[in-house]
Design a binder for this molecule. Structure first.
Ligand SMILES: *[C@@H]1O[C@H](CO)[C@@H](O)[C@H](O)[C@H]1NC(C)=O
Ligand SMILES: *[C@@H]1O[C@H](CO)[C@@H](O)[C@H](O)[C@H]1NC(C)=O
Length: 144
């Protein structure tokens, strides 16, 4: 059973959204990765890379909920390449909620924006391998 649980966990971790923007080979681009499905209220991880900045750029990641209400999750300004991971508090949702992560990279006279969907779910199968959470029996995790 332990093996099966680890497989589920791996499958979820592999479902990452990556976005790379800024078609021009020479221009700036960015990449943001986060799990496609995130447990409601958990501490979620998001990694962001800024590539080939040609000036000081501000990268901001927002969460847009289903009412288009915007929450700023992280902001980082840099004129050099960086790769950083951040944690943010996932919103509390009932059942499941599909929201959007919006990334804005802003320079002094240009702006790149990209959005990707993210799902928040009350219970994830991986809940039971998190050590800081109560243990759920396999029967309970599928109750949605
Ligand atoms: C940086 O690159 C972007 C996109 O190619 C361009 O619009 C912007 O003018 C450039 N900034 C500088 C300071 O060259
Ligand atoms: C949120 O914004 C999108 C795109 O602008 C729009 O299509 C959608 O109807 C909006 N949803 C709500 C609930 O305002």
């Amino acid at each position: 059973m332990a093996v099966k649980e680890i497989c589920v966990w791996k499958a979820l971790i592999l479902v990452l959204f990556i976005f790379a923007v800024g078609g021009q080979r020479s221009g700036p681009s960015f990449m943001v990765t986060f799990p496609a499905v995130i447990e409601s209220g958990s501490n979620a991880k998001l990694c962001a890379s800024l590539l080939k900045p040609n000036e000081s750029l501000a990268m901001t990641v927002f969460l847009l909920d289903d009412q288009n209400r915007t929450t700023q999750l992280v902001q980082q300004r840099s004129s050099t390449e960086f790769h950083r991971c951040f944690t943010f508090q996932a919103p509390q949702v009932d059942g499941e909620s599909v929201q959007k992560l919006k990334v804005v990279v802003q320079g002094s006279n240009f702006k790149m924006t990209e959005e990707r969907k993210v799902m928040f779910r009350r219970y994830l199968p991986l809940t039971f391998i998190q050590t800081d959470k109560p243990i759920y029996n396999p029967g309970q995790t599928g109750e949605l």
